[in-house]
Design a protein around this ligand. Structure first.
Ligand SMILES: [Zn+2]
Length: 88
């Protein structure tokens, strides 16, 4: 998984799971190089281990804030996925 801003590969410690569902996860990534933060949806492949990043959103939120927002706001990972399917 690469940074959408500077293109560098994220380190393992830069990727934190915000929500984990059976077929997808929402992760918060923080780039070590350009310090940009993004939320990304990773679709899990059931056939093999090729997890696919389907959506990345630049955010000002850090990991803790992202978790808090998702807990507070009536937005779920499924809604994020719906949104993605609509704009696709
Ligand atoms: Zn970067």
């Amino acid at each position: 998984m690469n940074c959408s801003i500077c293109g560098k590969k994220y380190g393992k410690q830069s990727i934190k799971v915000v929500q984990n569902k059976k077929d997808a996860m929402l992760v918060h990534v923080n780039c070590d190089f350009c310090q940009s933060a993004s939320l990304a949806v990773i679709k899990k492949s059931l056939q093999n281990n090729d997890n696919m990043v389907t959506l990345g959103i630049l955010t000002d939120l850090d990991y803790e804030e992202a978790c808090n927002v998702l807990r507070r706001e009536p937005i779920s990972l499924n809604e994020v996925l719906d949104l993605y399917n609509q704009v696709k």
